[in-house]
Write a protein that binds this ligand. Structure first.
Ligand code: NAD
Length: 591
């Protein structure tokens, strides 16, 4: 029994002289989700996703002709045309869901086929929706290439060259015999290792033992279709069902520019991007199945127009963060609250964590209003190791593994070193450093164990690289957070988990009203706080801009991000004029 397909019901569908091996999971009275595999794959490439969808849907997988356990057409040449593959799809759809159209999901060549089924006239009424992953419509591709070749601009030529460079394997697969010989010979044994290394896939019994025939027969997909469609593309390949596009941004085979203007063919297209490589059904099954489930459920509810979505998240980051699970600490105020709101606006699911219970609840409520499909509040002191462990277990049980963690909670402390008590040192390090350490440990471990990537953002400060005679304890805590982030980034890079240190300068938040000043009376304390509030108010740099920098940093996987202009300046000075920075460090508190 292959991984993830336990309990599957198997049947054989005869069509056009061949037999297709079909598997079904879940309750057949539920909406049917039909998963189409690519090259050189068999239906088992979907096993992780199928497993996650089977409780909610009737999930159907089949080996396409000549692959897995399905029989191959004879002769092979001419047996793999998109027309014949469409016959196969219609036969399977008729067998598994005679009374209702099916929701298609295709990866790689499965997606190429899916585009055919979602746009051909004779499949109209049989497709309820289509989720496309890493496989364009050959017709759209041909027209995309023609436009760039016949009306070249420097940008279009660059796009053309970039995609051509990624298509080397398409030319290789057109050569006779060689691909078959390679895949039956030296490549066969190495392919699983190549996949595991380059694509960072788990070694869990996939690819299956049919790999050699999948690769040899599948080569005819290219030979039977590419040239023919490049010469004579259909110019009416408009989708007759809603389409969702999932684009892995690290796909070495396909440029994401291929999908520019795709809305022309698929009105109301829903787009998502995923920081991952080509084989996302295996490397990111949680996120892929979540997007499939949401899209299918919305179509079944009949939401909106062609592609549904009355309240689709908008903004530049909606594609990247829609549906992701984001946890922000220190979310009841300032930068944390603004960050939670920015992720909510992008359609992320948000968990607002703070030691201030009411503030956290208000953030979660607002996040829901701003577009988060799900928002929760948790009251936790980040410096409490046991409480953080408990939080991680609760979040995993109730919401799943966090995709993006923002360790932001922090407190301020100003004053000379000799005026700072050991207790004050302990307190600031407990929150500003240990809080981040606990967050990274408990949630970072879950991310690493899940093996599906993620991102950790730690809020450091410009104080991390600016020495100062009046911020010794605070700066020390933030410098430690910066170094922790840099080290962790190196450690987690191999697991597809990015780590960012955010270094804001002076930002107008509530931190000035709660910061402590050492070595002064309570009266002086109040006066100094008032002055600090005024100073930060005059600078008036909004926390929303820091939030924007956080989303950009996660999207671009940036390592260290100074935010305000003074933070940029100080970062440059720390590198190029450290002596000047040391001179500045001697200036006393400007209050
Ligand atoms: P803020 O006071 O407005 O927000 C901090 C939030 O963290 C508050 O809601 C507070 O209740 C929460 N918090 C504090 N200690 C906690 C704990 N032990 N457990 C859980 N929650 C706790 O301050 P802010 O300016 O938004 O600060 C956010 C982060 O940004 C901090 O790490 C801060 O050091 C850093 N930072 C701020 C500035 C600035 O100028 N405001 C500059 C650089 C860095």
């Amino acid at each position: 029994m292959r991984a993830g397909t336990e309990g599957a019901r198997e049947r054989w569908v005869r069509t056009g002289g061949i037999e297709l091996c079909v598997q079904e999971l879940g309750d057949a009275s539920r909406p049917t989700v039909l998963l189409l595999h690519g090259y050189p794959d068999s239906k088992e490439v979907w096993s992780e996703v199928a497993e996650r969808l089977r409780d909610r849907f009737h999930v159907v997988l089949y080996d396409i002709r000549g692959c897995g356990r399905s029989t191959a057409p004879l002769p092979l040449r001419g047996g793999f045309t998109l027309e014949k593959l469409t016959d196969d799809f219609l036969a399977v759809a008729e067998a598994v869901s005679p009374d209702a159209p099916v929701h298609l999901v295709g990866h790689d060549w499965g997606s190429v086929q899916g585009w055919e089924f979602a746009t051909a006239r004779r499949t109209e009424g049989r497709v309820a929706s289509f989720t496309s992953i890493s496989g364009p419509s050959l017709d759209h591709l041909a027209l995309w290439l023609r436009r760039r070749a016949t009306r070249p601009t420097p940008r279009r030529v660059a796009q053309l060259l970039s995609q051509s460079a990624r298509s080397w394997y398409v030319y290789a697969l057109h050569t006779p015999v060689l691909p078959e010989a390679l895949m039956r010979g030296p490549l066969l044994k190495r392919w699983p290792k190549i996949l595991a290394r380059l694509e960072k896939l788990p070694s869990d019994g996939y690819p299956t033992e049919s790999l050699a025939t999948d690769a040899a027969h599948g080569a005819w997909l290219y030979r039977d279709n590419i040239r023919a469609r490049m010469r004579r593309p259909r110019t009416d390949a408009y989708a007759h069902a809603p389409v969702q596009l999932i684009t892995p941004t690290g796909d070495v085979f396909l440029s994401d520019r291929l999908y520019d203007g795709l809305e022309e063919w698929a009105p109301g297209l829903v787009r998502h991007t995923l920081a991952a490589k080509h084989w996302v059904p295996r490397s990111r099954p949680d996120q892929v199945s979540a997007w499939i489930a949401e899209f299918v459920a919305e179509r079944e509810r009949g939401a909106g127009g062609p592609a549904g979505r009355a309240s689709a998240p908008a903004g530049p980051y909606a594609q990247a963060f829609g549906g992701r699970l984001v946890l922000v600490t220190g979310a009841a105020s300032g930068i944390g609250r603004a960050t939670a709101f920015a992720f909510a606006e992008a359609g992320a699911r948000v968990i607002a964590v703070d030691r201030d219970p009411e503030g956290a609840v208000r953030t979660a409520e607002m996040a829901r209003l701003l577009g988060a499909p799900e928002a929760a509040a948790e009251t936790v002191d980040v410096s409490d190791e046991a409480a953080m462990e408990k939080l991680a277990a609760k979040v995993a049980a109730e919401h799943g593994v966090v995709d993006i963690l923002v360790n932001n909670a922090g407190i301020g402390l100003a004053g000379a070193f000799l005026d700072t008590s050991a207790e004050e040192w302990r307190k600031i390090l407990d929150v500003n450093l240990w809080g981040v350490v606990h967050g990274c440990r408990v949630f970072g471990r879950q991310m690493a164990e899940r093996g599906q990537g993620g991102h950790i953002v730690n809020t450091a400060s410009a104080a991390a690289f600016q020495p100062s005679r009046f911020l010794t304890a605070y700066s020390t805590s933030k410098a430690a957070v910066l170094m922790l982030s840099e080290c962790l980034r190196a450690e987690l890079a191999g697991k597809g988990i990015g780590v960012t240190a955010i270094c804001p300068g002076i930002v107008n938040t509530g931190i000035t009203a709660t910061a402590r000043f050492t070595g002064v009376s309570e009266d002086e304390q109040r006066q100094l706080r008032k002055k600090a509030v005024r100073l930060y108010g005059r600078r008036n740099y909004p926390p929303e801009k820091v939030a924007e920098a956080v989303l950009r940093a996660v999207h671009r996987d940036q390592a260290v991000v100074p935010v305000t202009p003074e933070a940029h300046g100080l970062r440059l000075m720390s590198r190029f004029t450290p002596r000047l920075l040391r001179a500045l460090a001697r200036i006393d508190l400007p209050l």
